[in-house]
Design a protein around this ligand. Structure first.
Ligand code: KIV
Ligand code: ZN
Length: 521
């Protein structure tokens, strides 16, 4: 075999991943995830879409100043977007502007329907090529590293796609991304598209070919691998495969497929696979998107062997039923337990091992929460610590906090709840009855804040085992097409539920105040 070729890993967890329904991240959470992605050794982190809101701008700016890897900011093919991405990326050690325009007929006719973009499809297509050239040329005048994406390339006619890509490279794009935006293609078809581009685009060797696959048919990883076989050298992906609709290609699956099947494929990535599990857990806790138990590589059951025959085989030789070890992706094999007698130092070093980087002030705040928890619960596991961190990182978003909660319920009484909610300028007390204790508590909160949001889903689960386990509540509310998931943890599940509800309300309010509704042209 020839020397292995490097595959660039472009992580878009903080941009496309954050576009998952319900997944809103605070700036502090994004910074923490970006630091973890740096530990994981991704090549490029796409930190957000700066022009879309002041919060997005600030997150990209903070991440740019925080990490040493390349930071990308997304921009439509418009001068104002590109300028905003550049401004947000100014402090980055390595900055990339990622600009995009739509190329499929269905997108062009839908987004550029107005006659000012041309009367016929052909005129509109030429206008998109001009927009692409202008956007890449402008981005290139600001930074050296420019990526261009042909949105919905998966459904774009190959002849026209070749013309757009040639124009983008001619204008200075150093990476050209071929997204299967709607997750429509099949692996063979998508692979052939990349091979065709290599044949048809005369200047294709002047740029890296990237792919960005969505998972609508469950084929995002297979399509990405098919593209690599045909000449792509950058893959865009997310931790746990989160993203718009059915998500994006999952980073851990791509990276481990290339590693485990190194006998068949001639590529490598620079990912530190031992950090995969920590990254997966951090993203899951902060986004509130639970990893399905049977998810490849990072699901709870990924290395569990249930049947007697399998267990017997495993005891004799692990390779009987395992193609990789849990250790290779950082799944811990021994449970580290902290408790009331663990000091600040012990807590800090475990948090660092779990991927968190904290200031002394943050350590002190987490330590106080840890001590309070250790008083209630003798043994504190990694999952408990991740939950405490989830709480800590939400700081700054807390427009409403729970100051007091009382609930009474029983088999022969009407469930009743009283809450005191602290807002910016006052504390409001309200009570309500309800169908159950959680319903009573939610109704009391709604009365206190004089709101009636549409509640999409509510769930509670236990984080660790045992009677004193922490409960995690997830509450999802909707405002139009947008969903917001709040998370609350406590050894008392009603308190966890109240906190989760308030967090969802804070996220919704923050979004409504700071985001513009962008049309994607
Ligand atoms: O799916 C897509 O086409 C995108 C682009 C902006 C790269 O996310
Ligand atoms: Zn996408």
């Amino acid at each position: 075999m020839k020397d292995k070729e490097k595959i660039w890993i472009f992580d878009t967890t903080l941009r496309d991943g954050e576009q998952s329904p319900g997944a809103s991240l605070s700036t502090q959470e994004k910074v923490e995830i970006a630091r973890q992605l740096e530990k994981l050794n991704v090549d490029i982190v796409e930190a957000g879409f700066p022009i879309s809101s002041s919060v997005q701008f600030e997150a990209v700016q903070r991440i740019a100043g925080e990490v040493g890897i390349t930071v990308a900011g997304l921009a439509r093919a418009k001068e104002a977007d590109i300028k905003s991405a550049y401004d947000a990326l100014k402090d980055a050690k390595k900055a990339r502007i990622h600009t995009f325009s739509s190329t499929s007929d269905i997108h062009i006719l839908g987004k550029f329907g107005d006659e000012r973009y041309g009367r016929t499809l052909e005129e509109k297509r030429q206008m998109v090529i001009k927009m692409t050239i202008d956007a890449v040329t402008y981005a290139k005048s600001l930074v050296d590293d420019v990526e261009f994406s042909a949105e919905d390339a998966g459904r774009t006619d190959i002849g026209y796609l070749s013309d757009v890509i040639e124009a983008a490279i001619g204008a200075g794009a150093t990476t050209v991304n071929i997204p299967d935006t709607t997750g429509y293609t099949l692996p063979k078809e998508f692979g052939e598209k990349i091979a065709e581009l290599k044949k048809r685009v005369p200047n294709i060797n002047d740029a890296i070919i990237s792919v960005h696959c969505h998972n609508d048919l469950g084929l995002a990883v297979a399509n990405s691998l098919g593209a690599l076989e045909n000449g792509a050298r950058q893959v865009e992906c997310t931790i746990n495969g989160i993203g718009e609709r059915a998500g994006n290609a999952s980073m851990e699956e791509i990276v481990m497929a290339l590693k485990v099947r190194g006998d068949l494929v001639n590529y490598y990535t620079d990912i530190n696979t031992h950090e995969i599990y920590n990254s997966s857990r951090m993203v899951s806790v902060y986004t509130g998107l639970i990893v399905q138990p049977n998810k490849a590589i990072v699901g709870d059951n990924a290395f569990a062997h249930e049947s007697g025959i399998h267990q017997d085989g495993m005891l004799k030789n692990r390779q009987t039923y395992e193609v990789m070890t849990p250790e290779s992706v950082g799944v811990p094999q021994t449970k580290i337990v902290l408790g009331r007698h663990s000091g600040r130092h012990g807590l800090k070093s475990r948090l660092v091992e779990l991927g968190y980087k904290l200031s002394e002030e943050e350590i002190q705040a987490v330590y106080e929460k840890f001590s309070a928890l250790a008083d209630k619960k003798k043994e504190i596991y990694d999952e408990d610590l991740r939950m405490l961190m989830g709480d800590e990182m939400f700081k700054g978003f807390e427009k409403y906090t729970l100051e007091y909660l009382h609930v009474s319920s029983g088999s022969n009484s009407i469930p009743t709840s009283t809450v005191i909610i602290k807002t910016a300028d006052r504390s409001i007390q309200e009570s309500s009855t309800g169908d159950g204790p959680v319903d009573a508590c939610f109704k009391a909160i709604e009365r206190a804040l004089n709101i009636k949001p549409s509640l999409n889903s509510y769930s509670v689960r236990s984080i660790t085992s045992g009677r004193q386990a922490m409960g995690e509540a997830l509450v999802r509310i909707a405002e139009g097409q947008k969903h917001f998931t709040g998370r609350g943890v406590s050894t008392d599940i009603i308190e966890a539920s109240a906190k989760a509800y308030l967090q969802a309300l804070c996220l919704k309010d923050e979004y409504m105040t700071n985001n513009q509704d962008l049309v994607t042209i």
